[in-house]
Ligand binder design. Structure first.
Ligand code: ZN
Ligand code: ZN
Length: 770
C-alpha cells in the first residue's frame, strides 16, 4: 500500500454494529489501525493492508441496520504504523448522536429463540446488534446501555462476555439480555400475576375470545382473535370504536397470503426491519370464517404486520392465527406505555395483561405504509422509521437550523440543520389535550437528543392550531424569527424536498388535494393548484369553493357537504326534483336541509371551502356512505375508494374549468349532473365511485399539465391527504405519465399532515437563503 489513510464514513453508522463489522473486515484484508465513532460518523485509520479491497467491502455489504451516505478517503501523514486493529472507545462528549430507529427481530435471533439448545430459547427479549429496541428505550445520548431503560438490568457474565467480544453478534448490543439477567414477561389479571408459562396462557385466553393488553416495543396493544367476530365486536364496544379499521398481526407471511394478494414489493415491506403495518387488498378467496367481518367494515384493504419482537413471534406461534393488534389507548388519547398507566386506562378494556418490566422511554405507534404504483408510501411515520434523518436537496446545506411544528392532525415536528432534517415520529391529533402534552414533551426531547438550537421557527398560517401557538411561544422564548407557511404550500414543499428538487430550482406546479388548510384569503383551502418555489407560491386554480355548511360540523357530517355541493351546483329545487323519490331523497328529508340552506345563504358559520376531502365526503354521502356522521376521520372517503377499487370504469365523470377572477375553478357541476343521472338509473355504487375517481384524476391531471405549461414549470408536485387514496394516486400518476415533466410524489414523507413540518422546514430554510 502507498501510505496510511483516513477513511471517513457518514450516514446511519452508529449504534448499528458498524465498528465490529469494520474490525472483522480489517482482519480479512490485513488492515492495521483503528476505528472510532465521533461527531461526524465513523472514522477509520488504516496503516497497512489491502485498503482498496477493505473499503470496497465496507461499501458492498454493510450491517443490516446501517445506511452509508458517503465514504471519503484521505492520506494520513506522519503517523507511525501500529500493529493490529482496535476499536476505540467512544468519547462521550464527541459523539453527536446514535439515535437510530427500533428494528424488527433478525433471522438469527428468531432462530435462537426457537432452538432448545440455545440459552435464549423462548426468551421474549432476545436481540442483537442487528435488531431490537433502540429509540423506544433511549433516554439520552450517546447511545450506550447507561442511557437506555436497560440500565436497570445488570448483565450476567455470559451476556457481558458477548457484549465485550467484537467477534460476537452482540458486541455492544446495548439492550443485550438473557433469561438470567434481562427483562421478565408475565401474565396478570386484576393486578395479580398468574403462575405458569405466560405465552401459553395468553394464547389460550386469546383463542377463547378474550381481549388482552400486550406491552410491546413502543407501547401497549389491545389484542383479540381476528377470526372471532364476537371478540372483535366486544373490543369495538369496549373501546367505543364502532368502525375504524383494526390492524392485524399474522404469525408469518403464509398466513397473510391466505388473506391478501401480495406483490413482491409488499412482501419486502412486511419483512423490512421497520416492520410497518402494510395496507393490503383483501384476497378474493378468503376462507370463510377466517377473518371477522367487523375488522374493517366497508373497506377493501386490511392493515397487516408481522411479529417484530421475540415476544410477538412466540405469542403468534402459540396462537397460530391472526390477531387484532390495535393501539392501546382510550379514544383520541395517546397509546399507554407505562405498566401502571396501562392498568388504569386499559384495565376496563381487557381480560388480562401480557406485561414486562423493560420500561418504554418513548411512545412509538406502529408505522403504516402502502405500496402504490410500485412505491412505498408512508402514511404514518413512527416505530422503525423515526428518528432516521432525511436529506434536504442541494442548496440547503448553508441554511440556518429550523424547527418546524406542523399542523393540528397527525402532528409531527421537524428539525433541520446542515442539509438534513429529522422528522419526528407521529405525535397524534393535537385536539386532544394529552396528545398536545406529548407533543410539547417531544419538542423538548428531540431538541435535546439532537442538540438542536433553531435560528428560525416555522408554523402553519392557522392562528388557532395548538402547534402554531406553541411555535409562537418557542420563537418568543428563543428570541428567533417565526415564519408562517401556508398549509398547502408546505405540502407541496414537502413533496419537492423529498424528491430532491434543488433549493434554487424552477417553479413547480403543485397540486394539493387535501382536507382543510387555512387560506390567506380567509377561506378554507384544500383543492389547490399552486405555482410554487420553496420560498413562495401563487394560487393558480382551485376546486370550486362551496360553503362548509355549519363549520366544524361539516367535517363530521358528510350529508352537509352533499347539500352544499348540490345547492351550489344546480340549486336545491332542481336537485330535489332530480332526486325524486329515491332512497337518497328519503335520507335527506330527515335532515334540517332548509335551516342549513339559510345558514349557507347568510354565510353564518359557513366559510367557503375548496376542500377535496369534503367533496369526497359529499360524493360518499350521495351513495349513503357515513351519511349522518363519520365515526373516524376519512371514513366516507375510504369507503368510497373501497367501492371503486377493482372496478374498471367505462367512463369518467366530466369536470369543467371556469375562469373566476384571477384564478380558475375546477368545477364539479357536470360531475354532479352525471352522478345524479346515474343514481336515477340505478347504476351500481361501485361504478359510480370508479367514474368519480377517474373523472377527478383526469380533470386534475389535465388542469395540472395545462397550468404547468403556462408557467413553464420544472415539475409537477403532488401532495395532500387525499393522495393517500391509492386509486386516485395511481390514476393521476397514469394520466401524468409521459407529460414530459418529473412528477414529485410523496413516499417516505407522508402526503397527509404528517408531512407538513418537513415542508415547513424547507420553506423556512429557503426563505432564509434568499
Ligand atoms: Zn438479532
Ligand atoms: Zn444475561
Amino acid at each position: 500500500m502507498a501510505g496510511a489513510e483516513k477513511i471517513r464514513v457518514r450516514g446511519q453508522v452508529q449504534g448499528v454494529g458498524f465498528r465490529p463489522f469494520v474490525w472483522r473486515l480489517a482482519a480479512e484484508f490485513g488492515i492495521s489501525g483503528d476505528v472510532r465513532n465521533d461527531g461526524e460518523g465513523v472514522l477509520i485509520r488504516a496503516f497497512a493492508g489491502d485498503v482498496d479491497g477493505f473499503v470496497g467491502a465496507i461499501k458492498e455489504n454493510p450491517p443490516p441496520l446501517a445506511h452509508i451516505d458517503t465514504v471519503e478517503r484521505a492520506p494520513l501523514a506522519g503517523t507511525a504504523v501500529q500493529p493490529g486493529f482496535s476499536i476505540v472507545e467512544t468519547d462521550r462528549s464527541s459523539a453527536r448522536t446514535g439515535a437510530t430507529p427500533d428494528a424488527a427481530m433478525c433471522p438469527a435471533c428468531h432462530a435462537e429463540i426457537l432452538d432448545p439448545e440455545e440459552r435464549r430459547h423462548r426468551y421474549a427479549f432476545a436481540n442483537c446488534t442487528h435488531c431490537g429496541p433502540r429509540f423506544s428505550i433511549l433516554e439520552n445520548i450517546p447511545y450506550d446501555r447507561a442511557s437506555t431503560t436497560m440500565r436497570a438490568f445488570d448483565m450476567c457474565p455470559s451476556c457481558r462476555a458477548e457484549y465485550e467480544d467484537p467477534a460476537d453478534r452482540r458486541f455492544h448490543a446495548q439492550p443485550i439480555a438473557c433469561p438470567d439477567c434481562g427483562p421478565r414477561l408475565w401474565l396478570e389479571r386484576d393486578g395479580v400475576e398468574i403462575e405458569g408459562d405466560a405465552i401459553a396462557a395468553a394464547a389460550k385466553l386469546l383463542r377463547a375470545g378474550k381481549i388482552l393488553g400486550i406491552k410491546g416495543i413502543g407501547g401497549f396493544h389491545l389484542a383479540c382473535d381476528a377470526a372471532n367476530e364476537d371478540a372483535v365486536r366486544l373490543l369495538r364496544e369496549r373501546k367505543r370504536r364502532p368502525k375504524k379499521p383494526f390492524a392485524l398481526m399474522a404469525p408469518d407471511m403464509d398466513a397473510i397470503r391466505c388473506h391478501a394478494a401480495l406483490s413482491p414489493a409488499e412482501e419486502a415491506l412486511l419483512n423490512d426491519p421497520a416492520a410497518p403495518i402494510v395496507l393490503l387488498e383483501k384476497a378474493d378467496d378468503i376462507p370463510a370464517g377466517s377473518l371477522a367481518p367487523a375488522l374493517a367494515p366497508g373497506l377493501s384493504v386490511l392493515g397487516w404486520m408481522l411479529p417484530y419482537s421475540p415476544l410477538h413471534a412466540l405469542l403468534m406461534a402459540a396462537v397460530d392465527g391472526p390477531l387484532v393488534m390495535t393501539s392501546g389507548n382510550r379514544s383520541g388519547e395517546p397509546q399507554a406505555i407505562g405498566n401502571d398507566e396501562a392498568g388504569t386506562k386499559l384495565g376496563p378494556f381487557v381480560d388480562a395483561f401480557l406485561m414486562h418490566d423493560r420500561p418504554i422511554a418513548r411512545r412509538l405507534d406502529d408505522s403504516v405504509a402502502r405500496i402504490v404504483s410500485g412505491d412505498i408510501r408512508l402514511l404514518r411515520r413512527a416505530r422503525g422509521y423515526a428518528p432516521a434523518s432525511l436529506d434536504l436537496p442541494p442548496g440547503f446545506k448553508s441554511a440556518p437550523p429550523v424547527a418546524a411544528f406542523g399542523g393540528e392532525l397527525k402532528s409531527a415536528l421537524c428539525l433541520s440543520r446542515a442539509g438534513t432534517a429529522i422528522l419526528s415520529h407521529h405525535l397524534g391529533d393535537l385536539e386532544d389535550a394529552l396528545s398536545f402534552g406529548e407533543f410539547q414533551k417531544a419538542a423538548k426531547d428531540y431538541s435535546r437528543l439532537f442538540d438542536h438550537c433553531p435560528q428560525i421557527v416555522a408554523a402553519d398560517l392557522h392562528p388557532d392550531y395548538r402547534a402554531t401557538r406553541f411555535a409562537e411561544a418557542e420563537a418568543e422564548r428563543l428570541g428567533v424569527p417565526l415564519t408562517r407557511v401556508q398549509h398547502h404550500h408546505a405540502h407541496i414543499a414537502s413533496a419537492m424536498a423529498e424528491n430532491g428538487w434543488p433549493a434554487d430550482g424552477a417553479p413547480v406546479l403543485g397540486v394539493a388535494l387535501d382536507g382543510l388548510g387555512y387560506g390567506p384569503d380567509g377561506t378554507v383551502w384544500g383543492g389547490e393548484f399552486l405555482a410554487a418555489t420553496y420560498s413562495g407560491f401563487t394560487r393558480l386554480a382551485c376546486l370550486r369553493p362551496v360553503p362548509l355548511a355549519g363549520g366544524d360540523a361539516a367535517n363530521r357530517e358528510p350529508w352537509r357537504n352533499l347539500v352544499a355541493q348540490l345547492d351550489t351546483a344546480m340549486g336545491w329545487d332542481v336537485a330535489q326534483k332530480r332526486l325524486g323519490k329515491s332512497a337518497l331523497a328519503g335520507l335527506l328529508s330527515e335532515k334540517p336541509v332548509a335551516n342549513l340552506r339559510v345558514l349557507m345563504q347568510r354565510r353564518l358559520n359557513s366559510p367557503l371551502t375548496s376542500s377535496t376531502g369534503r367533496l369526497f365526503d359529499a360524493v360518499g354521502a350521495a351513495l349513503g356512505l357515513a351519511f349522518d356522521r363519520l365515526t373516524y376521520e376519512g371514513e366516507a372517503a375510504m369507503e368510497l375508494e373501497a367501492l371503486g377499487a377493482g372496478i374498471s370504469p367505462d367512463r369518467a365523470y366530466p369536470f369543467a374549468v371556469v375562469e373566476a377572477g384571477n384564478i380558475r375553478h375546477l368545477d364539479p357541476v357536470p360531475m354532479w349532473d352525471a352522478l345524479l343521472t346515474d343514481l336515477a338509473d340505478g347504476m351500481p355504487p361501485g361504478q359510480i365511485s370508479a367514474r368519480f375517481h377517474l373523472g377527478l384524476a383526469r380533470a386534475t391531471a389535465q388542469l395540472a399539465k395545462k397550468l404547468a405549461d403556462e408557467i413553464s414549470a420544472g415539475a409537477i408536485a403532488l401532495s395532500g391527504g387525499v393522495f393517500q387514496n391509492a386509486l386516485l394516486m395511481r390514476q393521476v400518476a397514469e394520466e401524468l405519465d409521459g407529460c414530459g415533466l418529473p412528477v414529485l410524489a410523496q413516499r417516505e414523507v407522508p402526503a397527509n399532515d404528517g408531512g407538513l413540518a418537513f415542508g415547513q422546514a424547507a420553506v423556512a430554510a429557503a426563505r432564509a437563503l434568499r
